[in-house]
Design a protein around this ligand. Structure first.
Ligand SMILES: Nc1ncnc2c1ncn2[C@@H]1O[C@H](COP(=O)(O)OP(=O)(O)O)[C@@H](O)[C@H]1O
Ligand SMILES: Cc1ncc(COP(=O)(O)OP(=O)(O)O)c(N)n1
Length: 266
């Protein structure tokens, strides 16, 4: 039976991040993808022009439509801009007894444009983090959540431990913003696991965080345990960056098709 995954996130009309990246990632994992759109973002590889949040009422109705019909095996949550939307997602996911929830606490787009308002941080910590089976902050996001400065691998471990204490079952602090190798660190409440990859020299990194978190959700949907899910997802995102597409004038998007290019002529 095909596994099913749901993304609850913002729409990136240029297709590199957000819901669009998540659905491409689910498909590349042969997992049936569904979406609840929280915000419509007018953005591309260079800039965010504007966004408009979907009403809480319509977000709740999208969730109702999904959960009364096709129950997801795992859920990825991405851009959630406001405290009201955060509270509605928490209430509904509890009501529907959602399982395997991966949260990417998206705060900014690559070009620095905010995708979560500053006043949402408190609600993110109190309402969203305890919902997470796996939380995947990048370094600036982990700094905002913990108030710590993160410069070293030891700092990343300390941040992961302190975010775990806020209620996330597993915390993956991503090292894409380090200067050295791209090392991500998972803390499961007991031990740290380091996931290494070499740093790929490319400007085409639009959607890396979305790709990684939705790949973790796809692997959890397939029944993989968390450490294997993260390992497989890290391998997937590394390939997607190595083969990233030189599209647009800014940071090109990750490539979800490179595995198929050997067998299908584009
Ligand atoms: N230049 C790079 N080379 C290799 N891996 C990278 C590179 N940039 C990001 N990654 C990886 O992509 C994933 C997303 O990380 P990151 O870029 O930190 O997230 P975000 O997109 O949320 O800022 C992580 O696994 C990270 O290690
Ligand atoms: C709609 C939307 N959601 C999330 C992001 C940020 O995604 P991320 O994978 O962190 O990619 P970059 O923005 O860093 O390239 C987004 N841009 N839009």
């Amino acid at each position: 039976m095909m596994k099913k995954a749901l993304t609850i996130a913002g729409s990136d009309c240029s297709g590199g991040a957000g819901v669009q990246a998540d659905l491409k990632t689910f498909s590349a994992h042969l997992v049936y993808g569904m979406s609840v759109i929280t915000s419509v973002v007018a953005e591309n590889t260079s800039r965010v022009i504007d966004f408009q949040n979907v009403s809480v009422d319509l977000i709740e109705k999208q969730l109702e439509a999904i959960f009364e019909d096709i129950i997801p095996d795992a859920i990825k949550i991405g851009m959630v801009e406001s405290p009201e939307i955060m509270r509605a997602i928490r209430e509904n996911l509890e009501k529907y007894q959602a399982k395997q929830v991966v949260i990417d606490p998206v705060m900014y787009a690559k070009n620095g444009c905010p995708l979560m308002r500053e006043s949402s941080i408190d609600t993110l910590i109190k309402v969203m983090i305890p919902l997470a089976d796996c939380l995947t902050p990048n370094i600036p996001e982990a700094e905002k959540i913990t108030g710590m400065k993160i410069l070293t691998l030891e700092d990343m471990e300390n941040a992961a431990r302190s975010i775990h204490a806020l209620g996330a079952k597993n915390v993956l602090v991503k090292g894409g913003h380090l200067e050295s190798a791209a090392i991500d660190i998972l803390f499961d409440g007991v031990e740290f696991t380091h996931y290494h990859s070499k740093r790929i020299q490319t400007k085409n990194t639009h959607g890396t965080g979305c790709t990684l978190s939705s790949a973790i959700a796809a692997n959890l949907a397939k029944g993989e345990p968390i450490k294997v899910a993260v390992s497989n997802a890290k391998e997937y995102v590394t390939g997607a960056i190595e083969n990233a597409l030189p599209l647009g004038n800014g940071h090109g998007p990750t490539n979800h098709f490179y595995q198929f290019e050997r067998v299908v002529k584009l």
